[in-house]
Design a protein around this ligand. Structure first.
Ligand code: KG4
Ligand code: ZN
Length: 353
């Protein structure tokens, strides 16, 4: 606030920026984990290409980032004078997209003399459950399932975490997006698949759930192939007649297939979660990542015999409030390092707690 009225939380506000994929995000969060604003500007342009086009994503971030940051500050009733640190996603993600957020955050931090905290996107998904009102505290087991990553980890008392298992091939969200595409649904597939599945029977088809994969890992590639084969069985002439796999199926059949496919994703993940709880001896579980916005998964996980933290849907899909949550644990970069801080697309840093 620039008129001398400063809110009680002003000295502990973190402004966070997240641009790792196709959502331009900024948020204002205080030291108690209260989210004062959480602005997400989704790019509705990628559907025509069936997935995110990195170059287009970066350009859209560039066009929107200033307005999104301004909207986050406005929504929090704050201005930059009220902000005590700037947090930003450094990776993993699309390099060009990440760089837009990183440069914006650096510019704000350096011109205002504020500390810059560079955060790993996956740490953000893990930390979403630590925001108000849940304020879930370690130790806990976390399942993060997003479009690019799927893993189970044990979050220790000091906030560091150890990966317990991951995916052998596709991420859960990737499997959902590819399945949704086969069913003729728009990108991103998750919300559309969930809507279609609502009218279907989850037991109508039997899809594989990768029970044979050892340890706490999971796999989704067989599921995706099984869906393609099932759609071919349901309309054997589609390919020869130039029709898309599910385009000629009755709506109820598509809904049944969607519900069974969604069930298979959930039933691939949930047994692993149960095993991870047994393996660690912890009875505390959190979920995060875009797939954790799925109602069927939330319901199944919520019924497990454990204390379960299920963040609001808006804190599961990509957002900047979760980046502020993770930043509360990280040391700010010294000014020289902040200036030089680069983005990373992927790499071993992903799973280091
Ligand atoms: O975490 P996120 O927003 O971005 C990444 O870091 O990847 O996750 C995006 C993924 C996409 O695959 C999207 O289809 C999926 O999360 N998703 C959902 C739902 N909402 C988003 N999957 C299932 N049900 C949903 N309601
Ligand atoms: Zn994400």
């Amino acid at each position: 606030m620039s008129d001398g009225r400063r809110p009680a939380f002003d000295d502990r506000l973190v402004l966070a920026v997240e641009t790792s994929c196709d959502d331009t995000c900024a948020a204002v969060v205080d030291g108690d984990g209260v989210v004062h604003s959480n602005v997400v500007s989704s790019q509705a342009v990628h559907d025509a290409y069936g997935g995110v086009v990195p170059e287009i994503a970066a350009r859209h971030h560039l066009e929107r980032i200033d307005a999104v940051v301004a909207a986050a500050l406005r929504g929090a009733g704050a201005d930059l004078a009220d902000v005590s640190a700037v947090a930003v996603t450094r990776g993993p993600g699309l390099t060009g997209a990440l760089l837009v957020g990183l440069q914006a955050a650096k510019a704000i931090a350096l011109t205002r003399g504020l500390p810059l905290v560079a955060v790993d996107h996956l740490h953000g998904h893990v930390a979403a459950c630590e925001l108000a009102p849940l304020r879930f505290a370690p130790p806990y087991v976390t399942l993060v399932a997003s479009g690019g990553h799927t893993f189970l980890a044990r979050v220790q008392e000091d906030g560091r975490w150890r990966a317990l298992g991951g995916t052998r091939d596709d991420a859960a969200g990737e499997a959902i997006d590819k399945g949704a595409r086969l069913l003729g649904l728009p990108y991103p597939g998750g919300p559309a698949l969930e809507r279609l599945a609502a009218a279907g029977d989850p037991l109508s088809h039997d899809f594989p759930t990768a029970r044979g994969v050892p340890g706490l890992d999971c796999s989704f590639s067989g599921l995706k192939t099984a869906l393609l084969h099932r759609l071919r069985d349901l309309d054997p002439d589609a390919a020869a007649e130039g029709a898309a796999p599910a385009s000629r199926l009755p709506e109820q059949v598509r809904a049944d297939v969607a519900a069974a496919y969604q069930r298979a994703v959930v039933e691939t993940l949930v047994p692993r979660v149960r095993e991870a709880l047994a393996h660690t001896g912890l009875r505390r579980l959190a979920i995060g990542g875009g797939v954790a916005a799925n109602g069927a998964l939330r319901e199944r996980v919520g019924a497990l015999d454990a204390e379960v933290a299920i963040p609001d849907r808006a804190l599961c899909t990509d957002n900047a409030a979760m980046i502020a949550a993770a930043a509360r644990r990280c040391a700010p970069l010294p000014p020289a390092e902040a200036l030089a801080c680069d983005a990373y697309a992927s790499g071993e840093r992903e799973l280091v707690g």
